[in-house]
Design a protein around this ligand. Structure first.
Ligand SMILES: C[S@@+](CC[C@H](N)C(=O)[O-])C[C@H]1O[C@@H](n2cnc3c(N)ncnc32)[C@H](O)[C@@H]1O
Length: 248
């Protein structure tokens, strides 16, 4: 109705026009089918900015803001790759918060990259974020000179999909929830190995993980050449980010 919530309570708004009422009924119907509010509104706030979202991308979660903060604090340099960028929430936020950063944002989904490009434009950072379709880091040819690889890869086990809320399971992209070929830990191990080739010595690998996965991910990173590994908890006290540095 294009008026504020306050005006609505003070009855300062005109009665809804019939086309607005029709539109509202349509939104109500979609919500009754479990479609998330963010898709209905077309936007989701992340780290203080508004991101365009639709069914092509995962809705960015507040937990992922911890991942962004770890990279901002611990990246030893300014060249950062965001793997599985989705809406671009991580790459675009890093570019907006750190004007010296140069970002490469990758995703296997070209549909998701279209949304991410829109978000980079809206946030005024399109000149510092490059986008490319890529299976993990397979298309990255320049090796040994990246400061940081950050990723929030799909981490739901296929067997756990049915336990997810209907809003998530039936509406968010399946490729963003669970890997289509490997199990989540195999996908992550592939990323750890590929990142070893891309990162400079001492470069940072920062991964978001699911509840209960952090310890195993830390051990795997240790086995695959990373050190000074830390687990960062989210506000619920769940180990949410595992980050470590490539050993020289
Ligand atoms: C959990 S979503 C994260 C989206 C966004 N980075 C965020 O934090 O909101 C995972 C993303 O990884 C992408 N993805 C899945 N498998 C991939 C792969 N093998 N290589 C690159 N991207 C992949 C999905 O398309 C999806 O956009």
């Amino acid at each position: 109705m294009q008026c504020s919530r306050t005006d609505l309570h003070l009855e300062r708004c005109p009665s809804p026009r019939s086309e607005d009422a029709d539109r509202f009924r349509e939104l109500l119907f979609r919500r009754s089918q479990g479609e998330p509010i963010a898709y209905l509104l077309g936007t989701q706030e992340f780290y203080g900015r508004e991101f365009v979202v639709d069914e092509r991308v995962l809705i960015p979660r507040p937990e992922t803001e911890h991942l962004v903060e770890v990279v901002m604090r611990d990246s030893p340099g300014r060249c950062v790759i965001d793997v599985g960028t989705g809406s671009g929430a991580i790459a675009v936020t890093l570019a907006a918060e750190r004007p010296e950063f140069q970002l490469l944002a990758l995703d296997r989904s070209s549909d998701a990259l279209q949304v991410a490009r829109t978000n980079a434009q809206h946030c005024g950072v399109a000149d510092r974020v490059r986008f490319a379709v890529s299976d993990l880091l397979a298309t990255v040819t320049s090796s040994g000179n990246w400061s940081c690889v950050v990723a929030n890869l799909p981490y739901v086990e296929p067997k756990d999909l049915w336990g997810l809320p209907r809003d998530v399971r039936d509406h968010e992209p399946m490729l963003a929830l669970t890997p289509d070929r490997d199990r989540p830990e195999v996908l992550r191990q592939r990323l750890m190995d590929q990142a070893r080739e891309c990162l400079e010595s001492g470069g940072l690998l920062a991964l978001e993980v699911g509840a209960g996965q952090a310890g195993a991910v830390r051990d795997e990173m240790l086995r695959r050449g990373y050190g000074r590994i830390r687990i960062h908890n989210d506000l619920a006290g769940i180990g949410r980010v595992v980050a470590g540095f490539l050993r020289g």
